[in-house]
Ligand binder design. Structure first.
Ligand code: UDP
Length: 493
């Protein structure tokens, strides 16, 4: 449809995701929800990333929705990266994530040309693209800051940045209270992101990210107000405008095919082995263990985890990411896998699991998670209480929300915020792991957690139905964007 023929109330929105599953999967889901509500949507991405979600976009397009992908080449060779390495999930070294960010900056001019060519009425861009505030300003349109994490984590971080309660303590393991939060939340400096503890180039980058958040028209959160309404209110009164439009994954991935290959290229086998294994288990008897798309544990931490799960006496399905090509050959883990196959106590999935399908299986009783926000929302949507084992980024704040505010999880006792898998040491021991599993799977208290999580799961489902909170937020946002478009294009009298 040409620009001239475009009706006044049709809005045109560009989405620019960041190439890491925890960022890209929810943004693509959000883009698809926009398209299903009459928005003309373009997602700008690079070839290998497009291949992980193009099928879903094509299906939506063929069903009559106005959604397309524009693909720009990624400068892998210039960055010294192998061809096709365009997503953080394929990176084994921390520096690669910096290179991915640099790669996007290298194609910034081409992205901005596309912005001009496509005449958008709004840009929805990942938090990690702070420069897009200027792009939107040049085009005279709003930029929405996209963040798939908790308001709690943002409010906690803004408070810490403002008050520095972690400074001046005798040691990194002493607790401090986070000021100005509705709950009394204590943390240690060691649980904060390293860039908050020590000034580095990452500090400057994140300061630019948060500055861009406050300069944006508003923020889109993959969240729903029944989950953490107190913190949504606090955010709105201290940071700015926002819309909670989640949980986006439950909203848009309704059939099994969508659920299984969301964020991944390979299709689900007809009768996958993991499904047969889970089908052989009693209802609510298995723990799902996964640390998201980026965390790779050291060998010694894998050993502790394996022993902890084994000692707990409970069945589990565990997703292990490869540290490098040789990890699959690590004899300990291979032997452990064999032993578990024989005893039928545990099932290991290498690298990537169809998480949404597994979480919904009746045999699953709980989720041992690294507290990535998408995993938390998916666990809550499935009504599953959690064992929390945060590793890096804002995950330690999310743990506080789960354990202390919502009371739907048991902490494993992780103490240090660091990029997992970088050092060959084990932060959490087998006893702590086994105790947490037994606690979640057996204790009376965990029944209450389960019932609270089920209530939240019901609330999550209602929030995305017609008339629900997230649904209404989306409608209100789209109306606002239409009014803005009309105001911007109205000829001056
Ligand atoms: N995911 C998945 N299979 C895997 C690992 C991850 O489907 O084996 C999905 C998961 O369902 C979630 C996303 O990838 O939607 C990970 O996001 P999250 O915020 O939980 O953690 P991150 O990967 O960003 O640390």
């Amino acid at each position: 449809m040409s620009m001239e023929a475009e009706p006044e109330n049709q809005i045109n929105v560009i989405f620019l995701p960041f190439p890491a599953p925890g960022h890209m999967i929810p943004m693509v889901d959000t883009a698809r929800i926009f398209a299903k509500h009459g928005v003309s949507v373009t997602i700008i991405t690079t070839p290998a990333n497009a291949s992980t979600f193009q099928k879903a976009i094509d299906t939506d397009f063929n069903s009559g929705y106005n959604i397309t992908t524009r693909v720009l080449p990624f400068p892998a060779a210039e960055l010294g990266l192998p061809q096709g390495l365009e997503n953080a999930k394929d990176a084994t070294a921390r520096e690669t994530i910096g290179k991915l960010r640099l790669g996007i900056l290298m194609i910034k001019d081409q992205i901005e040309l596309l912005f001009q060519e496509l005449h958008p009425d709004c840009l929805v861009t990942d938090m990690l693209h702070p420069w897009t505030v200027e792009s939107a300003a040049k085009l005279g349109i709003p930029r929405l800051y996209y963040y798939s994490s908790s308001y709690f984590s943002t409010c906690a971080k803004y408070s810490i940045l403002k008050h520095n309660p972690h400074q001046g303590l005798l040691s990194h393991t002493h607790s401090f209270t986070i000021p100005e939060l509705p709950h009394n939340i204590q943390m240690t400096p060691l649980q904060l992101e390293p860039w908050l503890r020590t000034q580095s180039s990452a500090t400057e980058f994140f300061e630019a990210v948060y500055e861009s958040e406050s300069r944006s028209y508003g923020a889109l959160y993959n969240d729903f107000c029944e989950l953490e309404g107190d913190y949504e209110k606090l955010y709105k009164s201290t940071v700015g405008k926002s819309w909670s439009v989640g949980p986006v994954s439950a909203w848009v991935n309704k059939d099994d095919e969508r659920k299984s290959n969301r964020g991944h290229t390979e299709d689900l086998a007809q009768e996958p082995e993991w499904l047969n294994w889970l089908n052989s288990k009693q209802d609510e008897s298995v723990l799902y263990v996964s640390f998201g798309s980026l965390t790779r544990f050291s060998h010694s931490q894998l050993v502790e985890l394996a022993h902890g799960l084994d000692q707990s006496g409970h069945s589990f399905i565990w997703v292990i990411r490869k540290n490098d090509e040789s990890e699959k050959g690590e004899s300990f883990v291979e032997e452990f896998e064999e032993k578990m196959k024989e005893s039928k106590k545990g099932y290991i999935i290498w690298n990537w699991a169809p998480q949404l399908l597994i979480l919904e299986h009746p045999a699953i009783a709980g989720f041992l998670t690294h507290c990535g926000w998408n995993s938390i929302l998916e666990s809550v949507s499935a009504g599953l209480p959690m064992i929390t084992w945060p590793t890096y980024a804002e995950q330690f704040y999310n743990e506080k929300l789960i354990v202390e505010v919502l009371k739907i999880g048991v902490p494993v006792g992780a103490k240090e915020n660091k990029w997992a898998g970088m050092e060959d040491c084990a932060d959490v021991g087998r006893e702590e792991i086994a105790n947490a599993v037994v606690h979640l799977m057996e204790k009376e208290e965990s029944r209450e957690m389960r019932s609270r999580t089920r209530k939240l799961s019901d609330a999550a489902k209602k929030s995305i139905e017609k008339g629900g909170s997230s649904y209404c937020n989306l409608m209100q946002l789209l109306e606002e964007l239409k009014s803005l478009k009309i105001a911007i294009h109205r000829p001056l009298k």
